[in-house]
Design a protein around this ligand. Sequence first.
Ligand SMILES: Nc1ncnc2c1ncn2[C@@H]1O[C@H](COP(=O)(O)OP(=O)(O)OP(=O)(O)O)[C@@H](O)[C@H]1O
Ligand SMILES: [Mg+2]
Length: 267
Amino acid sequence: MNTQLDLAALEKLGSLHKHGQIIAIASGKGGVGKTSATLNMAQAAAKQGKKVLVFDADLGLANVDVQLGVNPARDLSEVLTGNAELEQVITRAPKAGFDFIAGRSGSDTLPFTTALDRRNILKQIEKVAANYDLVLLDIAAGVGDDVLSFANFADKTLLVITPDPSSITDSYAVIKLLKAKHYKNNCQVLINQANGDIEARNTYEKIRMAADKFLQIDIPLFGVIPHDKNYIMAVRKQTLLLESFPHMPIADTIRGLAKKLIDQTSD
Ligand SMILES: Nc1ncnc2c1ncn2[C@@H]1O[C@H](COP(=O)(O)OP(=O)(O)OP(=O)(O)O)[C@@H](O)[C@H]1O
Ligand SMILES: [Mg+2]
């Protein structure tokens, strides 16, 4: 297969915009809070009247269904084995307020086997996105081919970064490889688990300066989610913040981020 042509075709697909905005939630390092941020923003956007789809694109360690506490009847494995179209494996989760596509069956892992698998899935995401305002892709941590393909395909990539130094350096690697392999610069930074405004600002400045100095890339700040014990409790209870702690400041933060996603979408 001609990879250059393949990539060019995907770029074109992604830029047609006959669909809802497709946003990838990525991180260099694992465990920084991608899945919980994705689901909480998805619910907040749904409560603001948007039709939202979450795609569990962490094919190795898919766990959107676990965090939601929903047992999906169908999942992505049927699509990868050619037994279903993506549209057919969408799980409706009325209580959550949005739809999702589960990434696994039981404890099986599901890496894409070929670039063709990947291309097929991206094409199908493009198709189902026509029925939604927002499609959030919860992608795996790191800089693997799957990760970079999803991030490249998305209209926008939110890079979740914590103040942990390894999170900052690993995120830099994502920005660098997206540029090197896909000539793409669509990242915005979502600082998570910051202890206070100063730590959040310092974390953002480190990644902003590195991207500017070494890659000549301007990487805007999308938003900040503080470290919050209610967050941990909600995850343990398999609920979302707006359900468990709707009146806490963290819920307002999440609502604000969802509003920003929606506002940026309609730009
Ligand atoms: N703002 C926050 N405050 C406190 N704890 C948080 C916050 N964000 C995430 N966490 C905690 O971090 C842990 C990891 O979160 P999550 O599973 O969303 O990360 P992830 O990036 O999706 O991980 P993985 O890379 O394994 O998919 C969870 O236990 C969650 O409660
Ligand atoms: Mg996750």
